[in-house]
Design a binder for this molecule. Structure first.
Ligand SMILES: [Ca+2]
Length: 221
C-alpha cells in the first residue's frame, strides 16, 4: 500500500509540474521564459508569413508583418478585421513527434478591444482544436501584451496551428478596425517549457514607492 501511495504521489507531482493552459498579462521580464519559436513565428524574416499563409473559408484574416506589432525583435504580426465574425491565419507544422506532449504559446496584444471578443491560438492535433487566449475581451486587455499557452499531445505527424480573432457567441460582430498584434508563436516540448515572468508596471512601482515613502516618513516620526 505504501508503495502504491508513493507511486500515486510521484505521478501526481509530475502531472502538476506540467504546463496546462493559461493566460498571463504582462509586462514581462525581458528574456524570461523558455519556449521554442516555430519557423516564421517570430515574424522577423521577410518570408515569415509564408508559414502562415492565408486561408479562405470563414473569417479569412487580414494579416500583415509590421514593426508596430513586435513584442520582441523588429517585427510582429497584425491581424485586422476582415469579416464581421473575425479572422484567422494558420500554418501546418510537420516536424513534431507523434506521442510527444508540447506547449503551444504566443504573445497577444489587442490594439482595439471589441467587447466580449476573443483572440486566441489553437492547434488541431488529430482531435478537436485545443486553444487558449483572451476571451470576454474588455478594456483591461487593451494595449497590453498577454502570454497564452496550452498543452497538447501529438497524435498525427502534422498539426495545424491557428491564430484567431473571433466573436463570442452567436450574433456578435467584430467591429471595423478591430486589431490584434501577435509575436513569438512557439511550440515547445512540455519538459522544456517555462512561461515568462511578469514584472509590476511602472505605475504600480511608483505607487508602491510612494507607499513605502509614506511608511518611511511615519517610522521617522
Ligand atoms: Ca518578432
Amino acid at each position: 500500500m505504501n508503495r502504491i501511495g508513493i507511486i500515486v504521489l510521484a505521478v501526481g507531482a509530475s502531472v502538476a509540474s506540467r504546463a496546462q493552459s493559461g493566460l498571463i498579462q504582462g509586462p514581462f521580464l525581458p528574456g524570461s521564459g523558455n519556449y521554442t519559436t516555430v519557423t516564421g513565428g517570430d515574424f522577423e524574416a521577410t518570408n515569415s508569413l509564408a508559414w502562415f499563409g492565408y486561408e479562405g473559408g470563414w473569417g479569412q484574416g487580414q494579416v500583415f508583418r509590421e514593426s508596430q506589432a513586435a513584442y520582441r525583435g523588429d517585427y510582429g504580426m497584425r491581424m485586422t478585421r476582415l469579416a464581421t465574425f473575425g479572422g484567422y491565419a494558420s500554418g501546418t507544422l510537420t516536424n513534431l513527434t507523434v506521442g510527444e506532449t508540447y506547449v503551444l504559446s504566443a504573445f497577444i496584444k489587442p490594439d482595439t478591444v471589441w467587447q466580449d471578443g476573443m483572440a486566441y491560438i489553437d492547434v488541431m492535433a488529430g482531435a478537436p482544436y485545443t486553444g487558449m487566449g483572451i476571451t470576454n475581451m474588455n478594456s483591461s486587455h487593451e494595449d497590453k501584451w498577454h502570454f497564452a499557452y496550452t498543452t497538447f499531445t501529438v497524435t498525427q505527424p502534422s498539426v495545424v496551428v491557428r491564430v484567431v480573432n473571433a466573436t463570442a457567441g452567436a450574433g456578435g460582430i467584430v467591429p471595423d478596425g478591430a486589431t490584434t498584434f501577435w509575436d513569438d508563436v512557439a511550440i515547445t516540448p512540455v519538459a522544456q517549457f517555462v512561461a515568462p515572468t511578469t514584472v509590476p508596471e511602472p505605475a504600480t512601482l511608483i505607487s508602491l514607492g510612494a507607499a513605502l515613502g509614506v511608511l518611511a516618513r511615519r517610522r521617522r516620526r
